[in-house]
Design a protein around this ligand. Structure first.
Ligand SMILES: NC(=O)c1ccc[n+]([C@@H]2O[C@H](COP(=O)([O-])OP(=O)(O)OC[C@H]3O[C@@H](n4cnc5c(N)ncnc54)[C@H](OP(=O)(O)O)[C@@H]3O)[C@@H](O)[C@H]2O)c1
Length: 262
């Protein structure tokens, strides 16, 4: 599970460990991850939780993490990590940072872990309601500084992840690939770095969902034996028809492979 050191990440690791699952926390900040693990172990002594280093903004780090798993069997992958970059920046791989963390990293990680998964393994990708308000094509994957906007680029990166999920499911019909949308959740993610954040903290945060509640759709998706479903709140739906475009999914897949030299 990626993003296991974050707000919903901690809630998910705790819930999965309570269910007796072995969890690998794939995190970039090992100190933060160790603190999360210690808190959970204090409540659930004997829980099987390990930590691996994974920085999704670095393709080399993604490859090294996948290598570190060796031949370990993976029954489920939860692509939970995400970021809303405050400004335009490029990673060491010359990818825009939001797209690197929210899309390219999970794309590569998932592809590298497929050989470790049994044919009916579960993959859950965390998307966002912001996907509804944007569109994405193969030309959107590497935005320029002029094309960057904090929320727009975030939304497009999540929509690209959705489109990846659709094409992956077509190619791997046995896998249980589902999407989860947590709603608006009280976490660091909703601190956008604006002057009005302190005001929003007072007026807005109390009405956001707790991380424990926000992560419920993803936990339901991980436990589900359904496929191609969209988990949002307490609802489980088909992926909305407006996201149905197999040709576009394929073009984005092929362009991503080209960019990643796969
Ligand atoms: N909060 C919301 O309202 C909301 C709404 C819709 C969707 N989501 C999605 O839900 C997921 C979890 O978000 P959250 O609310 O729990 O936010 P969060 O507390 O900020 O957690 C984000 C997680 O992603 C990790 N991460 C960020 N950049 C990374 C990188 N380069 N490499 C590896 N991991 C990285 C963070 O690691 P560090 O601990 O090292 O920072 C953290 O563990 C995200 O995908 C987010 O987009 C959130």
């Amino acid at each position: 599970m990626t993003g296991a050191s974050g707000a919903m990440g901690e809630a998910a690791v705790r819930a999965l460990a309570r269910d007796g699952r072995s969890v690998v926390m794939a995190c970039r900040n090992l100190e933060k991850a160790e603190a999360v693990r210690s808190r959970i172990l204090a409540d659930l002594p004997g829980a099987d939780i390990s930590i691996g280093r994974l920085d999704l903004s670095s393709l080399d780090s993604v490859r090294a993490f996948a290598d570190s798993l060796g031949q370990e069997q993976v029954s489920a992958l939860f692509n939970n990590a995400g970021v809303i970059s405050r400004g335009y920046s490029l990673t060491g791989d010359a990818l825009e940072n939001t797209f690197a963390v929210n899309y390219f990293g999970p794309f590569l990680l998932t592809r590298l872990l497929l050989p470790l998964m049994d044919p009916e393994a579960s993959i859950v990708n965390m998307i966002s309601l912001t996907c509804r308000y944007v569109s994405v094509t193969e030309k959107s994957l590497r935005p320029s500084a002029d094309e960057f906007s904090q929320l727009g680029t975030y939304a497009r990166s999540k929509l690209a992840l959705l489109r990846f999920s659709r094409e992956l499911a077509r190619r791997n019909p046995g896998l249980h690939i589902n999407l989860a949308d947590p709603g608006i959740v009280n976490s660091n993610m909703i601190d956008l770095g604006h002057w009005f954040d302190p005001l929003a903290d007072i007026l807005f945060r109390p009405f956001c969902k707790s991380p424990e509640r926000g992560v419920q759709p993803a936990l339901s998706a991980l436990a589900s034996d359904g496929r191609n479903r969209y988990f949002v709140g307490r609802k489980i739906m088909d992926i909305p028809a407006r996201f149905e475009d197999p040709n576009l999914d394929l073009r984005i897949w092929e362009e991503t492979e080209r960019i990643l030299s796969m």
